[in-house]
Ligand binder design. Sequence first.
Ligand code: PHE
Length: 450
Amino acid sequence: MSEHKRENFSSKLGIIVATAGSALGLGNIYRFPCEAGANGGGAFLIVYLCLALLIGTPLMISEFVIGRRSRSNPVGAFRRLAGKKNAWPVVGYMGVLCAFLILAFYTTVAGWTLGYLAKSVLNHFAGQDLPQIQQQFVDFTNHQWWPIVCQLVFLALTALVVARGVKDGIEKWSKVLMPLLLVIMFVLCVKSLTLSGAGEGLRFFFNPDFSKINGRVLISALGQSFFSLSIGMGALITYGSYIGKNDNMASSALGVVLADTLVAVLAGIVIFPAAFTFGIQPEAGASLAFTTLPMVFQQMSGGYVFCLMFFLLLVIATLTSTISLLEVIVAAFTEELQLSRPKSAWIGAAATAVIGVLATLSFRTGSPLHIGSSTVFDLLDHVTALYIMPIGGLLIVIFVGWRMKKADVMDELTNNGKLRAGIRNAIRLIIRYLAPVAIAVIFISQLIGK
Ligand code: PHE
């Protein structure tokens, strides 16, 4: 056992920063507005907030508990904690598979952020009207090779950082510009709120029409909260395995959930007022953020600089998320297959590239790369967020709530008795009862509702 050789995050700030780096990304700025727009705005928001806080936080804590207790990758973690002869390591394999699948379509969009960074350097949005900006998105995503080149560059950047290791790579990168992203989101909010469609946009986003809450809204919000918080697939088991023994996991998890939710809500406050002002459908889907935001920058004084800064920060926020996805694969390869870290990183990235390029190609207008009625891209998104992550999350809370010994879980939650047990007993009860029941009910209700 090479326990003494495993790296740890260096401080409490280390876990928060690294986990926030994983959580903050395209999930907040691209996927959240897209899902909220397609699922009734305010109705989605309210369900999302409840689920992120009530289910997301305890699930994140559960993953930290499994990770720190086992000091292992997700596959090894379940093997160590559950004893050898049972099926629990399957949850770990599912997580590694899920990391592959997410990374494949995530890097499609990550590639777009690089492409849009280049566009903002070249000032491509200046003086363009809405149809022209919409056409730019279509042209870019349909281009013969640009989206693929951008995707592969992004994957290579991710592999480069991950190959260097947790502390040097992940923590340093995450620490750098994350707070700046928050600042720029605030600035964008202020601008969006002065636009003529602000009232209508805010009403759409904040005024819940409860009659719109149905099975689809519930599962979409659940999937979005898991996706955005990086939970249900082992990324945070992996990061949990690098947490030091004196870190307060419950308060760190709460901090990350609040920060992640704040950035998603800010993204909504930027995007919906702007969408209503310029006449962009909130249900526009993948193009929503990539057409709305350039329109906002264009209306701002100093728009060139803000646009540039925004896409640069988005690239970095996205990179800290792809790093955490590849880290799941690399931790499993190094510990289960005894491969070296650099080899694992490059093999993982190369394998991802194969499916990833298919996802990118499937996005082209008229592409034959469909399975049933959805593109490979949509399929990867749906299978991971609506199926694998909810099932993974359910099994993780059941494992911590019912399979692990109460004393072991409480040891982890209280740092061997150093932290107060009161509220942590309540957290364990949520993990044991509320979280599994809620996830199961939502998951089953959408299956029946179909
Ligand atoms: N949470 C990341 C985001 O919102 C995506 C992600 C999902 C990262 C799962 C790691 C694991 O962009």
